[in-house]
Structures are given as C-alpha cells and as structure tokens.
Design a protein around this ligand. Structure first.
Ligand code: ADP
Ligand code: MG
Length: 327
C-alpha cells in the first residue's frame, strides 16, 4: 500500500483514492431525472434516482478531457478530498463513482435546496435574515474549520458552491465543488489565478502563497454578500474587481449595512484583511460574539436601534500597521 503522502504531487494534489471506480453503465443503476441541478465550466450536475433504493442523488458529470488536456488527475484529487471529508457533516457526501469513455461521474448526496446564491440576490421576503446568516455562517465555519484541521483548503468558497439541504424551510448547508481544493502539506505557491474573481483573496492575485487564510477571505466576502446582497469587490470589469480586492476597497457605510448589526460588520472586518496572517481563523470566527452573542439566539435583538450591541470594531485589525515578518 503506497503512503498517501507519496502519492501527492508537488502542487498539493492527492490522487490516491479509496472509492472503487465502477465501469459498468451508470444508467444500469440510476435513472436520470430530466432536471439539471446546475453546471460549471467542465461539469454538469443532474438529479438521478438509484434504482435499487429509490433514493435521489446528484450526479456530477466531469469531462476527463478539457481543452485537449487529460484532467483525470484533477478529478481524482476532487474525489480524494471528498473522501477525506466523509465525516464532515457540512460537506456533501460522496456515494459512488463511475467512469465512462468521456466522463467521470460522482454520485453525490443531493442538496435539494440549491445554491445559497439564490437567496443572496433575492428580494426582501426571500432573502436571508441576519439570524439565518448567523446559523448558516456557523455551519460554513464548522465545516471549513474541519477541512482546515485536516490541512485541506477549498479555494473556491462562493455562494454557488454552498448548497442547502432544503430552501423552505431553510435547511442546513453543504459545501460542494472541491475541484480547486488542495492539501496544504506541500502547497507553497499557485501559478495561475484560481477561483472566481469576486471571491479570490489578494494573495492569489499577487501570486503569493496560499494558505487556509485564503479560504477565510472568501468567507468574509460570502458573509458580506449574504447580509447585504451586494458583492463587496465587484467592479464593472475584471481589472476593476482585482483593483478593489488588492486595495481592500470595501463599503462599510451605514447605507450598505442598513438593518445589519455592527457585530456582523465587525466579524467581516476580521476577515477582509489584506495580510493573511492577520485574518481570523475558522476556529477564531466560531468564537466571535456575532455567532455566540444574544443576537444569535434572539433575532429581535438584532434591531440596529439597540445600542447595547453596537461595539466598536477592534482597532487592532488596522491595515496600516506594519506587517510582521513571516515566521
Ligand atoms: P463546477 O466544478 O463545475 O463548478 P459544482 O460541483 O460546483 O461544479 O456543481 C455545479 C453546480 O451544480 C453547483 O453550483 C450546484 O448548483 C449544482 N450542484 C452540485 N452538486 C450538487 C449536489 N450535490 N446537489 C445539488 N446540486 C448540486
Ligand atoms: Mg462550482
């Protein structure tokens, strides 16, 4: 049995998987339901029913060849990281894997509530309340803290990759899409700009080392979007977005945060910091008063008119202080 560490390539990809890759026809065992659940650059996800059990699943069809290149290793990495998160309650579970000539098919737990993206851009009655966001952010952080403890960085946390078990009533979150994820043990640098422009951290734009803190930046962006419905760095074009990110140009005005508690804003400010070493970790976030204070238990306490909740953001997070040398 080869040591899994030895199976890891220099860029943090793991290709040693435990799931048996089935080559019998997928359609022998599953019936595809017409509805497409979603799609990304190289994948289509469809709802299906397992014939033997009648259970619904989501089948992610991943093309092995992309732009003329063999991407089987990337898919094996995605499978390996899903396997490593099998006990993580907030990561979508992997049921089976099939391989055809063109595709590898991941049979996943179906997150029937869809992407949190929809509620992020929704109008008032469908949008999340702050109480909802507190609960969902707590779950995202619990899931990500567990990934980080296992040295896995997701690197593509955004509202399209955070799904819900059910939309109405609002269920629990499931983190999906480990297509860009890496094991941190051996990653020192990224050579290409990964992820979606709006959610990538400044260190990715600067080709600086990635770390678990890279995910924490994305969680800051995600929380901002969930609370305000606005994408904090989105510009009119890619260049403008990148400039906004590298300057950490964030609108914290009362206008943008209307009806949102100052604790929530303080929470976001612990994450949207240019220096990755200064950002809060997932564990630290879980201890932040925003997730644990009275507001988390009693939604009516979130009214911004309650001065008792208006604490000043910590001055210690200032971006202007000199950066400490790398350890
Ligand atoms: P890509 O790597 O192409 O972005 P994803 O894994 O993010 O692929 O899947 C694309 C989309 O399909 C998701 O944004 C989501 O809408 C949907 N989807 C993915 N996995 C599931 C799932 N397990 N249950 C329900 N929908 C899913
Ligand atoms: Mg995706």
């Amino acid at each position: 049995m080869p040591d899994p560490m030895m199976m890891m390539s220099k860029n943090g990809m793991v290709t040693d998987i435990h799931t048996r890759i089935r080559t019998d026809p997928f359609t022998n065992n599953y019936e595809l339901l017409g509805r497409e659940l979603g799609r990304g650059k190289f994948a289509v996800v469809k709802k299906c029913v397992e014939k033997a059990t009648g259970k619904e699943h989501a089948a992610k069809f991943l093309r092995k060849r992309r732009k003329g290149e063999d991407c089987r290793r990337d898919i094996l990495n995605e499978i390996a990281l899903l396997e490593s998160a099998m006990v993580n309650p907030y990561v979508v579970s992997l049921h089976e894997v099939y391989e055809t000539n063109a595709d590898i098919i991941l049979v996943l737990e179906c997150a029937a509530g869809g992407e949190i993206f929809h509620q992020c851009v929704a109008d008032n009655d469908e949008a999340f309340t702050e109480k909802d966001v507190i609960r969902l952010a707590g779950q995202i952080l619990t899931g990500v803290a567990s990934l980080h403890r296992n040295n896995v960085v997701h690197l593509d946390l955004k509202p399209q990759n955070i799904l819900l078990t059910s939309a109405v009533p609002l269920g629990d979150i499931r983190i999906v899409d480990f297509g860009l994820s890496r094991r941190m043990d051996s990653v020192t640098e990224v050579r290409e700009i990964l992820g979606t422009p709006e959610y990538v951290a400044p260190e990715i734009l600067n080709y600086e080392p990635i770390s678990t803190a890279t995910d924490m930046w994305s969680i800051g962006v995600l929380t901002y979007v969930m609370l305000t419905g606005e994408s904090p760095f989105l510009g009119d074009n890619k260049q403008e977005t990148y400039l906004n990110i590298s300057q950490v140009n964030v609108d914290y005005s009362p206008d943008a945060f209307e009806g949102v508690s100052s604790l929530a804003m303080d929470f976001i400010k612990t994450l949207l910091l240019k220096n990755p070493r200064k950002r809060a970790t997932a564990e630290e976030c879980l201890n932040h008063p925003w997730l644990n204070g009275p507001a988390a238990a009693c939604p009516h306490l979130l009214a911004t008119s309650l001065p008792s909740l208006d604490i000043e953001p910590e001055a210690s997070q200032s971006e202007s202080e000199p950066e400490s040398p790398a350890p």
